[in-house]
Design a protein around this ligand. Structure first.
Ligand code: KG4
Ligand code: ZN
Length: 349
């Protein structure tokens, strides 16, 4: 591999953010452009897949152009094009994949396909130079809730995951029921700051189970039942207390299982990843609980917690470090765009 720092252009369209970024040398973010579609989904209180795909088609071109412009480079200057191949909304993923394949084919650049969950975990390596595997990652987003043991780059073991709703989904559904707005996570986070987390005793599902799985749909139902019960009695709902108590029920289980998982794997680093890791109470409390056990908890800045393409570029960078042949366009792998069945693209998942 050349000694020059690698420059990677990455594209992310797995859900409702259209994003492109340029990363140099695995650590220097030259640009990180994120165009949120939230205003188009807000009136439905959730992501509408058909709208997401159409908006990605409209936005992807300008977003990539802006990422190159901000990085002050031309497409010819990049060493590889990275793209999220999944998991995510299939129609939304196809837009990013199609564009990435077209660019790679036209500019004769290698195409690197990235797993979205791995990218969320690796976002933490962009800002924490001291972080190294092995580690345990709590991945909490709108679509996923999992505890993952990362033995090394490219070596992952899912220790447990949600049996029903994802953490972000629970935040969004409760916010929708309370007619608070979309996405619900940041709104509940804000309301909870002024509330009492012990005011309402919501269930801590699977807290006592010995495995690392989660279950969140019962909590959402408990919140709905509580609110209906209070309203039937003519009581006014204290939104701050409700938000703080709901959030605490989620966070208590996440902290307990994350620390247990880190201890079982005997790792000293715990990483928070995904959109819900933007939650201030989760970050603070995880940091404190981990420190008590001699474990360091890491998280990223807000723009790198939620969906972005810099994390996709970082994941591609680490894949290339492990397997430099991924850069070999002449191997034919990356040149014949038609040869790829869309979701079999990845060499790595
Ligand atoms: O990672 P992400 O941007 O997209 C997925 O891959 O799903 O995560 C989006 C989720 C949404 O459900 C949103 O409500 C949640 O992350 N979220 C938060 C916060 N900020 C975003 N949840 C709790 N507290 C927050 N501050
Ligand atoms: Zn995500």
């Amino acid at each position: 591999m050349s000694q020059k720092p690698l420059i990677i252009l990455a594209i992310e369209t797995s859900c409702d953010e259209t994003a492109a970024a340029v990363l140099k040398g695995g650590t220097e973010i030259l640009s990180n452009v994120i165009s949120s579609q939230v205003e188009w989904h807000a009136k439905f209180s959730g992501v509408v897949p058909e709208i997401a795909s159409r908006k990605h088609v409209e936005l992807i071109g300008p977003v990539i152009e802006e990422a190159l412009l901000k990085a002050d480079i031309k497409l010819q200057d990049v060493d590889a094009i990275a793209v999220t191949h999944g998991p995510g909304l299939v129609g939304a993923l196809l837009v990013g994949l199609g564009v990435a394949k077209g660019l790679a084919y036209g500019a004769k650049k290698p195409l690197i396909c990235v797993n979205h969950i791995e990218a969320h975990i690796l976002a933490n390596f962009l800002e924490n130079p001291d972080l190294q595997p092995p580690l345990v990652a709590l991945v909490v987003s709108g679509g996923h809730t999992a505890l993952i043991y990362m033995e090394d780059f490219g070596k992952y073991e899912i220790m447990g995951e949600t049996l029903d709703d994802a953490a972000g989904e629970a935040f969004d559904k409760v916010a929708k029921f309370m007619e608070l707005g979309y996405p619900g996570g940041p709104i509940i986070d804000r309301l909870a700051k002024e509330g009492d987390p012990t005011a309402i005793d919501f269930p801590r599902a699977m807290m006592k189970s010995k495995n690392y799985d989660f279950s969140l749909s019962g909590l959402k139902t408990a919140v709905i039942n509580y609110v209906r019960g209070e309203r039937a009695k003519g009581h006014k709902i204290n939104l701050n207390d409700l938000a703080a108590s709901f959030q605490a029920a989620i966070i208590d289980v996440q902290i307990d299982k994350s620390i247990r998982a880190a201890k079982e794997k005997n790792v000293k680093s715990l990483v928070l990843a995904g959109g819900v890791s933007a939650n201030r109470t989760l970050r603070e409390r995880m940091g404190q609980a981990a420190a008590k056990e001699g474990i360091k908890a890491y998280h990223s800045s807000l723009a790198l917690c939620t969906d972005n393409a810099a994390m996709v570029a970082k994941a591609a960078y680490q894949m290339i470090l492990k397997d430099p042949s991924l850069l070999d366009v002449s191997a034919g792998r990356n040149m014949d765009a038609n040869a790829y069945p869309i979701l079999d693209l990845c060499q790595h998942s």
